[in-house]
Every structure is written in C-alpha cells, then in structure tokens.
Design a protein around this ligand. Structure first.
Ligand code: G6P
Length: 368
C-alpha cells in the first residue's frame, strides 16, 4: 500500500497535499467565474431550496465541524436561521420542527450509524427535504436523500479526516450561496465570493509551502500534555477541528474555545505547559487576545498565532506568528484549516504515534 502513498510517508500527509486539487474538483461544473450553477447542485435544487425557512444540520466528528462553519455562512449570506447538532444527540431527544426546514446531513462515508438514524427519524417527522453532503457515491446517505452534493475528495484513508473536511466546506459554501440567491443575495456579493472560491486552491498551496516552518513549530508541542485552540466567528469551528486533529493523532489533550470565553475559565489553566493556538485572520482579535494573555505570558504562557499577512501581527516574546496569505473572510475557514492539519501531523510524527490509524478510532462508525 505504500505505493498508494506515493512520495508521502503517511496517507494523512498525502491527503493534506491533495487539497488544492480536490477542492477545485469539488467546484468544477458547479461555479462559473461569477456564480453558482444551482442546477449542478441537483436537478431539483431550485425547487427544493425555494421557500426553505430554516436549515437543520446533522453530522458527527469532523463533519459536524463543517456544519458549524456552514451555520455562519447560511445565516450571514442567506439570512436563513440554521441549527447544527451532533447526530447522536439529535436522535435521542424531542425536537421542535419549524415549518419548511431543510434537513442537511454531512458525512464523508455516508454510513455513520448516528447520522443515518437521525435522517430516518427526520423523514418520519416531516421536514421539507433531506439533503446530503457526502463523499461516497452510492452510500446509504446518498441513496436516502432528496438532494445530494457530492464532494470530490476521492478515497480518504487516514482516519483523521482532512481533505474530506475542506471539500465539505467548499460544497457547503456553494450551497449557502445557492440558498442565499433565493433570499436576496446580490449578484455583486455572489460574484465577489465566487471569485474568492476560485482563489482557494492557490491559497491552500501557499499554506502548504509553509510546511517546514510548521514542522519547526510542532517541536514546541511534542512534550506537552494539554493545549488550547482559540478562534472567533467562523474560525471557532476551525479551532475545534484543529483541536480534534491534535487529540486524535498525537493524543495531546486539546480543547477549543471561542476566543472571547478565554477569560471565563480556561485562562486559569494557561502556563508554560499549555500552548495556546489561535486562528486569527485579522488584527482585531489578536490585539484583544494579547491583552488577555498579558498576565499568563508573565507565567510563561506561549501563544501560537496563525494570522493574515496583511494583519501585520508582530512576533514578540511568548508570541509566535505564522503568516498566512491574505484571504477573503468568507473563504478563510477553508484556508486556515490546513496549517492546523499540518501542525497535528508533525506533532504526531515527532511523538511516533500511528498517524493513519490512531488507537481506538475507526474511519467509519457504522455501529452505535
Ligand atoms: C469517525 C471518523 C471521523 C469522522 C466521523 C464522522 O469518527 O474517524 O474522521 O469525522 O467518524 O464520519 P462521517 O463519515 O459521517 O463524516
């Protein structure tokens, strides 16, 4: 199987590097220079998306984080209320179903037991339509949904999901734009975002070029037992995904927090043994964080910031800065995911864990 890995030591690294290609493949035939081709999202898409008044997203694991990012896009671009819930919670509680709710399942495999159970319940409960974002053609999820957007990630072997996530985000952004068009999004705004989508594969390549710098950074995590990941807005789920990657493959305890909550608890944990990773595409958040962290830096707390080159965040004692390409704020979650994948990968390699097959985890959880 090493032949399949090509020049790469692990499937995970190969899959991280495939992202520019598979993100582009996911957009192919679905966007023009300036708009989303709604029909390419499904022949009945226009009809199903018209009059959607609420979106209920269901997923597990990494796919759930994709759903959390999508909530920001759906509410910001389409102005349609959106709820996101992990499938295993959704299926075991009573819910209030709003009229004209679109039920949206996100799953790489299309076979996750909890996600399928939630979908089956939802269909009985009478949602407007069931839509799927999925990577496996012919899977149960695809067969049982009314509208499907296939991600074009290709087979994902590494248990820790990478390219499936960024292609899910790409599909979800196209969906959000299509839904937004039914809800008053201007042609100019759509064109601006579609142009930004076209730039994502190139920007991901720019991030991949930082690989050796990120590898260097990973040394600071190797002997740590705990870490904190912070983000704000649509970068909060990116921080959650970054924390999940680190715990899955390096077994370092990693917790994600919305940046503004730092002072409501986790700040008490920060010392020289607890690195703090922040995804911050702009200056404002970093300035706020810096003041929050002032007191912990005195105790040796170290902050690792991934920031937009244009934000001009300066490194100083206890503050390490990794400069990323300037990105559109809407597409930023896709691009900012990639350095966190690389960080986890290198920490795991340094620790000598089984990167592609982490202990106790399965690629697809088809039983409860
Ligand atoms: C497992 C995998 C994760 C994945 C999750 C949901 O936990 O290890 O990588 O995110 O299942 O899987 P799905 O196929 O539904 O996206």
């Amino acid at each position: 199987d090493s032949a399949d890995k090509g020049e790469y030591r692990h499937y995970m690294l190969k899959e991280i590097y495939e992202q520019p290609k598979v993100i582009k493949a996911t957009t192919e035939g679905r966007i023009t220079d300036s708009k989303v081709l709604e029909q390419a999202l499904g022949t009945d898409a226009a009809n199903l998306l018209e009059n959607v008044r609420h979106v209920q997203i269901i997923a597990c694991g990494t796919s759930y984080h994709a759903g959390m990012v999508a909530r920001y896009w759906i509410e910001e671009l389409a102005g349609v209320p959106c709820s996101v819930e992990v499938a295993s919670e959704f299926r075991y509680r009573k819910h209030v179903i709003q009229p004209d709710t679109l039920f949206l399942c996100i799953s790489q495999s299309g076979e996750t037991a909890d996600t399928l159970a939630a979908l089956r319940q939802a269909k009985k409960a009478g949602f407007r339509a069931a839509m799927a974002i999925c990577n496996v053609a012919g899977s149960s999820l695809v067969r049982e949904s009314d509208l499907v957007i296939m991600t074009q990630a290709g087979p994902e072997i590494g248990v820790a999901s990478t390219k499936a996530f960024t292609t899910q985000l790409t599909a979800l952004l196209m969906f959000s734009l299509a839904l937004a068009r039914h809800n008053g999004l201007s042609e100019e705004r759509e064109a601006d975002i579609v142009r930004a989508i076209h730039q994502v594969p190139g920007q991901v390549n720019d991030v991949l070029a930082l690989n050796s710098e990120i590898e260097e950074m990973s040394k600071a995590f190797m002997d740590k037992n705990h870490s904190l990941f912070l983000g704000r807005g649509s970068q909060y789920p990116v921080a959650m995904e970054g924390a999940l990657k680190l715990k899955e493959i390096s077994y370092i305890h990693a917790e994600a927090y919305p940046a503004g909550e730092l002072k409501h608890g986790p700040l008490a944990l920060v010392d020289s043994e607890m690195p703090v990773v922040t995804v911050a595409p702009n200056n404002e958040l970093v300035e706020k964080l810096k003041s929050n962290l002032e007191e912990v830096r005195a105790r040796g707390g170290e902050l690792f910031v991934f920031a937009d080159r244009a934000a001009d965040v300066k490194a100083e004692a206890g503050l390490h800065v990794m400069q990323l390409p300037s990105v559109h704020e809407i597409t930023a979650p896709i691009v900012y995911t990639v350095p966190l994948q690389l960080l986890s990968y290198h920490v795991a390699v340094l620790k000598g864990t089984d990167v592609d097959q982490p202990r106790n985890l399965a690629k697809s959880v088809t039983v409860e």
